[in-house]
Design a protein around this ligand. Structure first.
Ligand code: ZN
Length: 232
């Protein structure tokens, strides 16, 4: 049983829930974030707030929560032409994928995370990838991540386990998982402090959190929250 993990932590709802999951499960947890020239810096700012509030509100997790690492992956903004890195409208492309898809982003994130984990002596990578309520990104699929786990473990000649606790959960179940892990305190923290909106909108507060309320990320978050409240 592995006792330490590195969580891919963006400051969004999914990765915050994954971080709480990891803090329940592992004795030592570090976090990694990527600055890749996102159009909206707000996501990176949310990371810091979420980490501070997790430490304040959950003393049992605070002692397990180790270093936070932010890597500069600005080259991703140079090589991709997407609605997340350029100023353009979100639309569906001929491939069937929305232009919020940053090709190979997760593959690069995982590779850099694994290199850092190797240096830090961490054996588990935790990511919020999900194949249930998702935008169809092929690098979020379970088989892609299983293949990456094998490639990284072989390439590093060291075990590198990829855990994806949200893989088969819908957004309502992700809210419910947060409730189970950290009760109403965690649900409120996720609502108020995490950022999911593709438009970077933090001017409008809804019952499910901040966002424009119209982009695909807001739509998923909103629908999931409504279902979660109904089932509660
Ligand atoms: Zn939005």
């Amino acid at each position: 049983m592995y006792t330490n993990a590195l969580v891919l932590f963006s400051g969004g709802q999914d990765s915050t829930t994954c971080l709480a999951w990891a803090l329940e499960r592992y004795r030592h947890v570090e976090t990694i974030g990527f600055d890749y020239g996102q159009r909206h810096r707000v996501e990176l700012e949310c990371r810091t707030t979420v980490l501070a509030q997790l430490r304040d509100s959950f003393p049992q997790w605070s002692e397990r929560l180790g270093q936070d690492h932010v890597l500069d992956l600005s080259l991703l903004g140079q090589i991709s032409d997407t609605a997340l890195t350029q100023s353009k409208a979100i639309e569906l492309q001929s491939s069937g994928l929305p232009n919020t898809f940053v090709p190979a982003r997760n593959l690069m994130f995982l590779t850099f995370a694994a290199a850092l984990a190797y240096r830090r002596g961490l054996t588990v990578l935790v990511g919020g990838m999900c194949e249930t309520d998702y935008s169809g990104y092929p690098d979020c699929r379970d088989n892609t991540l299983k293949a990456m786990q094998v490639a990284l473990s072989l390439g590093l000649d060291a075990p590198m386990v990829i855990e994806t606790p949200l893989m088969w959960l819908d957004k309502a179940a992700t809210w419910a998982m947060a409730q189970t892990l950290g009760g109403e305190t965690l649900v409120q923290l996720i609502k108020a402090q995490t950022h999911t909106c593709y438009m970077g909108d933090r001017s409008r507060l809804h019952d499910w959190g901040y966002g424009c309320g119209e982009c695909p990320a807001c739509a998923l978050r909103q629908a999931g929250y409504a279902e979660f409240i109904l089932e509660k």
